[in-house]
Design a protein around this ligand. Structure first.
Ligand SMILES: C[S@@+](CC[C@H](N)C(=O)[O-])C[C@H]1O[C@@H](n2cnc3c(N)ncnc32)[C@H](O)[C@@H]1O
Length: 267
């Protein structure tokens, strides 16, 4: 029987998608560690990373909570879960489940985290509600979500603008909110979460960075949605991908990623 999961997550599980998510996670790791340090992640904590993909922040959590702690990574994508399980640390397990209704027990985690899930998978408020349900009273909840308007390259290039517009259009067309970062602090402040903290950051990329192919590869992973929504024709899309990759390979080209808002607080 086919599993169904809530939300409208539009990114396809093509070859290369795991690497795309791992590179993205590696680029954001220093800022994730800073947030966890500020929060006071400690040995022995039980942590949950909802929508962890092939790794998410489970590796950083695993090191932080040590052998007496426990980390659970949850995702709907079986391929991601199978991949993650292959290199899982002893204190870490991965489960395939729905972020909107995980079936996990209420009040059972010291820390519940989501990154790039509430923005891409439909209903941010419902996902926050589920995260709050799963945290123990006094436990922490954290979200890291993007504002894609800062996805800009220099020197400017038409192909970049074409791909950026296609990416934004594809997400918008399925009801995702790639500007969630702007209202994230407000949204969490409106919830029962208390002691809410706010820390935005932005990653910069040049031709020698692993993230250099971020925009073209993300658009590749949205190809079906972009073509179905008629945001671009196939030829136009392939030309923009080619030209953008050539532009990003130039040693003097740089770009900025999403502005990522980190918001965290206690139940
Ligand atoms: C943009 S990726 C982010 C992955 C990871 N959090 C990271 O930052 O590296 C979003 C993830 O959410 C997962 N996802 C989307 N909708 C979901 C749902 N309803 N239930 C569980 N996982 C979901 C996708 O499979 C994907 O792995």
């Amino acid at each position: 029987m086919a599993e169904t999961f809530e939300g409208h997550y539009p990114i396809e599980s093509r070859i290369g998608e795991i690497e795309r998510l791992l590179d993205q996670g590696t680029a954001m790791a220093p800022d994730t560690e800073t947030m966890l340090d500020l929060m006071g992640l400690a040995e022995g904590w039980h942590c949950l990373d909802i929508g962890c993909g092939p790794r998410g922040i489970t590796d950083i959590l695993s090191r932080g909570v040590g052998p007496t702690g426990r980390v659970v990574g949850l995702d709907m994508n079986k391929g991601f879960i199978d991949y993650a399980r292959k290199s899982a640390a002893l204190n870490t397990e991965f489960i395939q489940s729905d972020a909107y209704g995980s079936g996990l027990s209420a009040d059972s985690f010291d820390f519940v985290h989501m990154r790039f899930l509430a923005s891409t998978a439909g209903d941010a408020e419902a996902l926050l509600k589920e995260a709050i349900r799963l945290a123990r009273p006094g436990g922490f909840i954290a979200l890291q979500e993007p504002d894609a308007t800062s996805l800009n390259c220099y020197p400017p290039h038409e192909s970049w603008e074409t791909l950026k517009a296609a990416l934004l259009g594809a997400f918008k067309g399925v009801g995702a909110d790639l500007e969630l970062a702007r209202r994230l602090y407000f949204m969490v402040k409106q919830s029962p979460v208390r002691d809410v903290q706010f820390r935005p950051f932005i990653v910069g990329v040049t031709s020698s960075d692993a993230m250099v192919d971020y925009l073209p590869s993300t658009v590749e992973s949205l190809r079906g949605t972009i073509l179905n929504q008629k945001l671009l024709g196939e030829e136009e899309l392939d030309r923009a991908l080619r030209e953008c990759r050539a532009h990003l390979a130039l040693p003097d080209t740089s770009f900025t990623m999403y502005t990522v808002a980190q918001v965290w607080g206690r139940k």
